[in-house]
Design a protein around this ligand. Structure first.
Ligand code: FES
Ligand SMILES: [Fe+2]
Length: 374
């Protein structure tokens, strides 16, 4: 798992006027809305005696109040009030008391949080043009994969599993289980790959979308921001202009659970009453992938290519690991061995925020240890 990434912490409609507890990267956060209604994100542990801020409340002026002794914290994580000392300056009463605060951007119906201390080096939040395109209709869907983050991502990062797991064969190939030649290119946001093939026809209402003998183009893009996979298929045949498109945003909850959030788009058969059928088609694939991902070992996930590499199976995964190892080399990968030792020693650790980067001293809780940069 990596720090210094923009992750989706919640959907906008999940965050009301109450604090919202969110677990990400194996540690605790609280989201709340300030007086202007803007979303804020703090580390969840109160620096006084470690109570959960998410169990507290939000004041009229949009600050979060710890449920134990009522200390107030603003969206910057500064302590603004200690009820027991009345109007005395809280910074005099309890010098240096503050909580790690993380940048938040709310857009596209999502609450994006930046978990790290070097935002200037991070990959920017992606655009989702389909959301503003009246031709498209969208279905949101969330599910937790009981698997580590890499394994969850791998369920859609190769073409060979399409015929085996989902029954989508490459019908124009002599061997319909062999994907057509495809290239995978590393980009400034992540990677992109595409294939053109005559894929197996959809059954049911979608069977008329494409004529026999025509081919489709499938484009996969991976964005580090949100650990997002975008898949687009011109399902009505190349040049038809009929597209399905999904975005899969993945946020590691901890080492063995991954929050998977989806937007499923289509620009054909867009009547609302067709949503149920469209969702069913998408979920068939998601739940087939989920079974595979949740059964895979090692439970905490691999940290690089396996020694045995398939001729066609691992092309995209190879580039994926290059991207991940770049983050490790920047010093952003969490060091679980060191973290577990600290937990055994009775420490509570938090994701280091931007202000911690600027000022290392006087924090109640130590930073989650990370593998040293190369
Ligand atoms: S534990 Fe939060 S104010 Fe005391
Ligand atoms: Fe899949």
């Amino acid at each position: 798992m990596y720090t210094n990434v923009w992750y989706v912490a919640a959907r906008s409609d999940e965050l009301t006027d109450k604090p919202l507890y969110v677990e990400m990267l194996g540690t605790d956060f609280v989201l709340f809305r300030d007086a202007e209604g803007n979303a804020a994100c703090l580390s969840n542990a109160c620096p006084h005696r470690g109570d959960s801020l998410a169990n507290g409340s939000v004041s009229k002026n949009g600050e979060i109040i710890c449920p134990f002794h009522g200390w107030h914290f603003n969206r910057e994580g500064e302590c603004t009030k200690i009820p027991s000392v009345g109007d005395d300056d809280p910074q005099t009463a309890a010098p240096g008391v503050r909580v790690d605060a993380y940048p938040v951007i709310e857009k596209q119906g999502l609450i994006w949080t930046f978990l790290g201390d070097e935002p200037e080096k991070a990959k920017p939040i992606i655009d989702i043009p389909e959301l503003n395109d009246p031709e498209y209709t969208v279905i949101p869907y969330d599910v937790i994969f009981e698997s580590n983050f890499h394994t969850a991502k791998f369920s859609n990062l190769d073409y060979v599993h399409l015929p085996i797991v989902h029954g989508i064969r490459f019908e124009d190939n002599e061997n319909p289980y062999q994907p057509p030649p495809h290239t995978v290119v590393k980009t400034d946001y992540g990677l992109t790959a595409f294939i053109e093939t005559e894929s197996t026809y959809s059954k049911g209402a979608w069977s008329n979308i494409r004529e026999k003998g025509t081919r489709v183009k499938s484009v996969l893009k991976y964005f580090i921001a949100g650990q997002t996979l975008r898949g687009q298929v011109e399902i009505g045949a190349i040049g038809s202009g009929k597209f399905t498109c999904f975005y899969e945003f993945s946020t590691p909850i901890d080492r063995t659970r991954t929050m998977m959030r989806y937007y499923f788009f289509r620009n054909f058969m867009t009547h609302k009453w067709m949503d149920k059928m469209a969702l069913k088609r998408n979920l068939k694939n998601i739940y087939e992938d989920k079974v595979i991902a949740e059964a895979q070992v090692p439970k905490y996930g691999p940290d690089g290519m396996s020694a045995i590499v398939g001729k066609h199976e691992d092309t995209i995964v190879k580039v994926y690991w290059e991207m991940m190892h770049e983050m490790r080399d920047q010093g952003w990968q969490i060091d679980f061995k060191a973290w577990n030792n600290m937990i055994d020693d009775g420490e509570h650790c938090v994701v280091p925020s931007v202000s911690r980067h600027e000022n290392q001293s006087q924090w109640q809780y130590p930073s989650i240890p990370r593998i040293q940069a190369k």
